[in-house]
Design a protein around this ligand. Structure first.
Ligand code: CO
Length: 134
């Protein structure tokens, strides 16, 4: 698998407004845009960092994976996303190595990228997202 960089780090928040106080006002990150990601039931505020991004993610409904995460862990780092060259190839490679993948095929994430998540039980406790720019 060819990793091109860290695409973003996603942080689960209870409120995007509260999150912006630290990340925008104090850390000085440049706000890029807000995005509704319907198939993940989340809304995300995306901030630019050179060659990467911070995504604050908030649940849109109680069925969102973020709701369960916040209930269990409270706000904090939710996942790390790597930009990769070819997601289909990566899935085949990872499966052949016994890595547990969430879902069977890539779905559409923020900014229309093809994404897939690797289960934390296969990664030493980190929810890992792989994404390919389309
Ligand atoms: Co993500």
């Amino acid at each position: 698998m060819k990793i091109l960089g860290i695409e973003h780090i996603a942080i689960a928040v209870e409120s995007l407004e509260k999150g912006s106080i630290f990340w925008k006002d104090i850390m000085g990150l440049e706000f890029k845009k807000q995005e509704d990601v319907p198939n993940q039931e989340v809304i995300t505020d995306i901030y630019n960092i050179k060659n990467s991004k911070i995504e604050l993610i908030k649940q849109k409904s109680p069925h969102s994976p973020i709701s369960k995460f916040l209930e269990k862990n409270g706000p904090g780092i939710h996942h790390i996303c790597f930009a990769i060259e070819n997601i289909e190839e990566a899935i085949i490679e990872l499966k052949s190595q016994g890595i547990k993948i969430i879902g069977n095929r890539p779905s559409v994430g923020a900014e229309g990228y093809k994404i897939i998540f690797l289960h934390p039980s296969s990664t030493g406790g980190v929810l890992v997202e792989l994404s390919q720019k389309t």
